[in-house]
Design a protein around this ligand. Structure first.
Ligand code: HDE
Length: 716
């Protein structure tokens, strides 16, 4: 069968923006027309019967314009409604033909175009970016053999084991049905009611309460395929695989107070961060990691690899880094691309296959099904953002929004009218389902190998650094503390948390006003983990974000607070050091009008104390300059800048007089500023004099990580 539009031959294998050319509308220099192409000379006045009379039905331009507006909104995604997307490419480092026949994983010369959509899960399209939530990390690889969608999250496990519980879980976590409160938050009765009654949620709940749920940036978080998949080579040999994305900038989080403030100060914080970094040419990069496990080893590790509430510790099966994803182009149009992109777990190419994970099995159905409603019919794969870059030839026909115009009379198989076309693919290059022996009773039950719900929750908690554990406890105190019904709070503590870590349960019990569990009952040993021969670990350092790279300040944003009379030469020096290490310095001043340095030079602040806030930056610098500092001391929002940066454990640099701002900000736990030279206690770089040598250098060193030592010790 011959398909006329668009010609497969004209599609490049690298999805450059030109490949969307036939679908683009370039308005520059063009005349305004209706959808039918009729030129329009007035779009500001409707056609009326008399200058002050009623509008006429005959005004087809008005009716078309209004009809199009009335139908602009499509249903938002039931989950993952809020997202941000980017184009890029993926390139494998060396051939993985030993494991898979997938071309994009075997040819290192190939740059496979991709589109990635990051998202939050629970909130509506207009909700804030920095809420406590799982983040979606969905990648569409436009390969020569069709589209492969890796529809992952930034956490390696999931809330439930069997997809049939997904509607229950999502109903519980979304706003409650009677009053649609709260938006984009899990801190409410129905979610914790569900959690307290469904122990399989425990492991993922620990992740949700951890700093992983408030990433600093989409560019600084990991991604996980979650399920165990299969890689299959040309000879048909299969291996089990778990997919990972490792961000080259390391793993970094916000702090909870900062995340909440950002929700108001800049609800688009993550979206903006992604957009701006790509515009600047600081392309987000992630390495693709694979944990490859021989087929047949599903139960070797004392849990079931088909259970999506379990992770495979990297210490037991190392993550091999096999290729790199680079995001290098922002979408041209949010709706056409980021909103209309349709991911589907069932989109796999020859060489990648599924397993019997019951969560994955449900997803194989759900994504295709949901797109039908969301994108208005069955032809969504023809939308430019979803269209494969390889030829698509089949006998599908009709339906809402059909764009392809088939030219053959033969719309069935087999046929002779169309010369038998399209012909069947050669089995060696076609997708083949891995042959797997399946037998058993038709049964509605859960495998015993899925029964341990707590061991890995404990492993996760124990693997965190002390500050990360403290953050997790505080998150539980916040979330469970917001639950109105005391019996739910009781169950969370006494049915769930006590099985993770008894001390943790006692602390949360106190904070949320329920009876603490008696004594320190050790967690029940898991049946599966108890298997003698099973390799296991007590702690998994890879689970702590603190152990990811923290040596770079590339792409970090630093605020310099200035007013008239700031030390200009010093600022230049600090800016130079920061920029050499790939960070940017933004001037924040009282107004957007220029400020004059003590040397008499003018600089224009990019933001003001009312349009910016410490939570939008990674670190804060206050240059010396008596007059400038005196002016800053009189601005409460400038003092807040310093106070918040300190409370949120960010690096600060305060030169000479600027040290007085710490006092004004109420920072009491630092010794007096140095009388000579420099001091960098608790990540606050202080200099005795303006332009002290090494000041900027010391500052850059303290930006790469947060200074958790500033957080108050936990109550005894
Ligand atoms: Fe999804 N999920 N999901 N999910 N999911 C959707 O598909 C679903 C699950 C994930 O940026 C929906 O097109 C079921 C796990 C991402 O467009 C829907 C189950 C993981 C995205 C759906 C799961 C994910 C979605 C909503 C349990 C991590 C956003 C709109 C059986 C591995 C993709 C849509 C984007 C979106 C169903 C569980 C990740 C309703 C039934 C596990 C990143 O079809």
């Amino acid at each position: 069968m011959k398909l006329r539009k668009p010609s497969a031959k004209t599609r490049p294998t690298t999805l450059k923006s030109e490949s969307l050319e036939p679908h683009r509308m370039h308005a520059v220099g063009k005349v305004l027309t209706t959808d039918q192409g009729i030129p329009i000379s007035d779009t500001d006045n409707s056609l009326k019967a008399g200058i002050r009379g009623p509008t006429l039905l005959e005004d087809f331009h008005f009716r078309e314009k209004m009809m199009r507006f009335d139908h602009e909104r499509i249903p938002e995604r039931a989950v993952h409604a809020r997202g941000a997307g980017a184009h890029g490419y993926f390139q494998v480092y060396k051939s993985l033909e030993k494991y898979t026949q997938a071309r994009f994983l075997t040819d290192p010369s190939l740059r496979t175009p991709v589109f990635v959509r990051f998202s939050t899960v629970g909130g509506s399209r207009g909700s804030a970016d920095t809420v406590r939530d799982v983040r979606g990390f969905a990648t569409k690889f436009y390969t020569e053999e069709g589209n492969f969608d890796l529809v992952g999250n930034n956490m390696p496990v999931f809330f439930i084991q069997d997809g049939i519980k997904f509607p229950d879980f999502v109903h519980a976590v979304k706003p409650e049905p009677h009053n649609e409160i709260p938006q984009a938050s899990s801190a409410h009765d129905s979610l914790w009611d569900f959690v307290s009654l469904v122990p399989e949620t425990t492991h993922m709940i620990m992740w949700l309460m951890s700093d992983r749920a408030i990433p600093r940036s989409f560019r600084m978080m990991e991604g996980f395929g979650v399920h165990t998949f299969r890689l299959v080579n040309a000879a048909g040999k299969a291996n089990l695989v778990k997919f990972h994305w490792k961000p080259l900038l390391g793993n970094h989080s916000l702090v909870w107070d900062e995340a909440q403030k950002l929700s108001g100060k800049d609800p688009d914080f993550h979206r903006r961060d992604l957009w701006e970094s790509i515009e600047r040419g600081d392309f987000p990069e992630y390495e693709l990691g694979l944990q490859i496990i021989p087929e047949g080893d599903e139960l070797k590790y004392g849990f079931d690899l088909l259970d999506a509430t379990k992770l495979l510790p990297e210490e037991l099966a190392p993550v091999q880094r096999v290729g790199k994803l680079t995001l290098n182009r922002n979408p041209d149009n949010f709706f056409a691309e980021t909103e209309q992109v349709a991911f589907c777990v069932a989109n796999v190419v020859p060489g990648i296959d599924f397993t019997n994970d019951p969560l994955m099995q449900a997803r194989l159905f759900s994504y295709l099904d949901t797109q039908l409603t969301r994108l208005g019919g069955p032809n969504f794969a023809e939308l430019p953002i979803n269209k494969p870059v390889c030829p698509v030839t089949n006998h599908q026909q009709d339906g809402f929004g059909r764009q392809t115009i088939p030219t053959s009379r033969a719309n069935y198989h087999p046929n002779s009218l169309g010369g038998g076309c399209p012909v069947l693919a050669n089995p060696a290059s076609a997708f083949r389902h891995t042959q797997e022996r399946v037998e058993g009773h038709k049964i509605r039950a859960r495998s015993g190998s899925f029964s341990d719900h707590f061991s890995q929750a404990t492993l996760f908690y124990k693997s965190l650094s002390r500050p990360e554990q403290e953050h997790l406890v505080a998150a539980l105190e916040f979330e469970v503390g917001k639950v109105e019904r005391v019996e739910i709070r009781e169950r969370v503590v006494n049915q769930i948390l006590v099985n993770v870590d008894p001390e943790l349960a006692v602390r949360v019990a106190r904070a949320v006003g329920v009876t603490p569990p008696k004594a320190t009952r050790p967690p029940k040993p898991s049946k599966a983990a108890g298997k003698k021969a099973a390799p296991s670990v007590e702690v998994s350092p890879a689970l702590s974000m603190e152990n990811s790279p923290h040596d770079s300040i590339r792409t970090r944003k630093i605020a310099a607070l200035v007013s008239d009379g700031f030390a200009g030469k010093e600022l230049d020096g600090v800016r130079k050091v920061l920029e050499e290490r790939g960070a940017t310095l933004e001037l924040v001043g009282p107004t957007l009008s220029p400020v004059t340095s003590q040397e008499g030079r003018e600089e224009r602040p990019l933001r003001t104390f009312s349009t910016a806030s410490s939570v939008m930056y990674d670190a804060v610098y206050v240059p010396g300059g008596e007059k400038s500092v005196a002016a800053l001391l009189r601005v409460p929002l400038a003092v807040d800048f310093v106070r918040e940066a300190y409370v949120h454990c960010k690096a600060l640099a305060l030169s000479a007089d600027a040290n007085t701002l710490l006092d004004a900000a109420g920072v009491r736990d630092l010794e007096a500023p140095p009388s000579k030279g420099l001091d960098a206690t608790r990540g606050v770089v202080r200099s005795a004099k303006v332009e002290t040598k090494g000041f900027g250098q010391l500052f850059t060193e303290s930006i790469a990580r947060r200074h958790w030592e500033r957080e108050a010790p936990p109550p005894a």
